[in-house]
Design a protein around this ligand. Structure first.
Ligand code: ADP
Ligand code: MG
Length: 611
């Protein structure tokens, strides 16, 4: 296990990251930083989202800047204004103790003259969106002729946004012998091409498998009919009262519509998309970072690369058109060693796309049932009860008001009081959910066409029952619990159903396997898939589901002024959340009084002040 100290970073930089509570380099940092510190080289760094790529390029870049010169030596290109600001803030934090350094953000929608003045004061590092930077190049407001390091962050998104020509023009004004570093979470073919185009024999670092999803994220999906999409979203949010999430939509119009409906329904939500003015986008991001907004509804482009700490859930209102985007979305949660949940709302028609996503991100999805109205109410109630249990009472401050309160309420007994207090918060849920229907749609209709019945020559004689056989099949084939259904165990053989696309995988898995000395034979049966859903036996998931909901899935608690009703932010619980901010693995001190937690706390508040 290496440390930042061994990398040979400057003292001032080390001090900066120590303040932030970085105790150990993340895997991408470990591979990239020492190498590019020691070598002049082009490089390509691929690693999942949230793994600390900014520091992987930012720290060595800071080391290589000559602060005695005021020339611009480092350039970072990023696809959106939000990312540009985020990277700038992050680099400024790393450079807190580096004297004489000037880091300037250059992006559209803000005053160009002001940015030009900041650059002119001697910006050794510029973080820019391509459009605005080109503008400034044309107007001779920047000089890139002394660039030593040029970095493309979120390179795939820059391609998606059609920035190739802009990037060409920009890089043409930089020296040929500079170092180029490219960072991305996914590696579509085009990124590979771009790396070939701009780089000579780059040093390549890949952490994890290409395009693989982060291990810290759990992937769940819910099948509903198109018309119930919004209702499903509401249920998911309501069943997770402490959610701090991002809801992804496919278009700006849909983003706006979903956000407006949520706001009308009294959720603490806001939209983030490209049709908003820059000032609006800034204020939304600021409010979200400081957790004044609980649900951010966003387009893919607007939320690309966003690093907001503590996002608990990412909800895909729709599946994205491109699978790679799924990774970018889900990567907003489960960052910096924390865990998160990605939930996708799909219609029966696109439920098959889940399999393709699974294959690419190499992660299994769990098919979950949407909670019933009653389950939602239960988790809300439970959450309220928890809050009552945990609220800190300031005896002194409240004392002067108590006599009046006793006077008014003293006549009620304990039970009456309890019920009334709970009803204040809870009535609208009971009301809303009192007659709700089950909105889970079966993926069945479309699935039946896509499934195959399979035969296997083991059964009860071999000691199997349907559930133990299912476990056995899962284990040997690597398929998930929802991929194998309708397991019928007979004496010497059994039948089960899998998706057509998985049949080969099943056949392959058993090719050389034996059971009790008998070689296993498996084949696709021509028996039709039986139409019942297995008498519900294999669906006994309700309790399992329940235990995951209603508080069970939450590692930490926030308070975010939920649904307007005068409950504004509870600062104290906000703080305790920040304390739980993670560092990568082996934190030396878990005890809470550790330097790490207070550093992280400082970091969190610093960060939100600046952004
Ligand atoms: P990426 O660009 O790979 O998606 P970021 O660079 O945005 O990830 O980093 C994600 C988060 O992890 C940031 O909040 C960052 O401050 C934090 N972080 C980065 N490196 C470390 C580290 N070594 N220890 C603790 N936190 C880190
Ligand atoms: Mg990044």
């Amino acid at each position: 296990m290496s440390t930042f100290e061994e990398f040979g970073l400057d003292e001032a930089v080390l001090k900066g990251i120590k303040d932030l509570g970085f105790e150990q380099p993340s895997p991408i940092q470990e591979k990239v930083i020492p190498y590019i510190l020691e070598n002049r080289t082009d490089m390509v760094g691929l690693a999942q989202t949230g793994t600390g790529k900014t520091a992987a390029f930012g720290l060595p870049m800071l080391n290589k800047i000559d602060v005695s010169s005021r020339e611009t030596q480092g350039l970072v290109l990023a696809p959106t204004r939000e990312l540009c600001i985020q990277i700038t803030n992050e680099l400024k934090l790393y450079a807190t103790h580096v004297r004489g350094i000037n880091i300037v953000a250059v992006y559209g929608g803000a005053n160009i003259q002001e940015q030009a003045r900041s650059v002119k004061r001697g910006a050794q590092i510029i973080i820019a969106t391509p459009g605005r930077l080109n503008d400034m190049i044309r107007r001779k407001l920047v000089d890139l002729s002394n660039i030593d390091i040029a970095i493309l962050d979120e390179a795939d998104e820059m391609l998606n946004m059609g920035f190739v020509e802009e990037i060409d023009t920009i890089l043409d004004t930089t020296p040929k012998d500079k170092q180029s570093w490219l960072f991305s979470a996914t590696m579509p073919r085009e990124v590979e091409n771009i790396s070939k185009k701009y780089m000579a024999d780059p040093y390549k670092v890949t952490v994890g498998n290409k395009n693989e999803g982060a291990d810290t994220v759990t992937h769940n999906y819910y099948v509903v009919n198109q018309r119930d999409r919004y209702l499903a979203l509401k249920r998911l949010v309501d069943a997770n009262p402490e959610i701090f999430g991002v809801v992804f939509c496919r278009t700006k119009a849909e983003t706006q519509m979903v956000a407006e409906r949520l706001i009308e329904d009294k959720y603490n939500a806001a939209a983030l998309h490209g049709d908003l003015s820059q000032a609006q986008r800034d204020s939304v991001m600021k409010a979200y970072r400081t957790k004044q907004i609980q649900i951010l509804v966003a387009t893919d482009v607007a939320a690309r690369g966003i690093d907001v700490s503590g996002i608990s859930h990412v909800i895909n209102y729709n599946l994205p058109d491109e699978i790679e985007i799924y990774n970018h979305r889900s990567g907003r949660t489960g960052r910096a060693g924390k865990t998160g949940i990605a939930m996708s709302i799909v219609t029966p028609k696109d439920s098959h796309r889940i399999r393709s996503i699974e294959r690419i991100i190499k992660k299994k999805f769990n098919k979950e049932e949407l909670p019933t109205g009653m389950q939602v109410c239960e988790s809300q109630l439970f959450n309220l009860v928890k809050k009552v249990q945990n609220v800190e009472v300031d005896e002194e401050l409240i004392a002067p008001y108590l006599p009046k309160v006793y006077e008014e309420l003293g006549g009620m007994n304990r039970d009456e009081l309890l019920v009334k207090f709970i009803s204040i918060e809870f009535n609208h849920f009971l009301e809303y959910y009192k007659n709700t229907r089950d909105i889970n749609a079966s993926a069945g209709g479309s699935r039946n066409a896509n499934v195959k019945r399979m035969f296997i020559n083991i059964g009860t004689y071999d000691g199997f029952e349907w559930n133990t056989l299912k476990d056995y099949l899962k284990d040997k084939t690597g398929l998930g619990r929802d991929d194998i259904s309708k397991v019928d165990v007979m004496g010497k053989f059994s039948f089960f159903t899998v998706l057509t696309e998985n049949t080969q995988q099943v056949v392959d898995a058993f090719q050389f396997l034996e059971h009790n000395g008998r070689s296993i034979s498996i084949e696709i049966s021509d028996k039709p898939d039986r139409s019942s859903n297995g008498g519900g036996r294999s669906r006994g998931g309700r309790d399992r589901d329940r235990s995951k909901r209603g508080g069970g899935d939450r590692k930490k608690s926030y308070s975010h002024g939920h649904r307007g009703s005068g409950r504004s932010n509870d600062r104290s619980s906000d703080k305790s959340d920040r304390k739980s901010g993670g560092s990568y693995g082996g934190k030396k001190n878990e005890g809470g009084s550790s330097s790490g937690s207070s550093f992280k706390k400082k970091f969190a508040s610093k960060k939100s002040d600046k952004s």
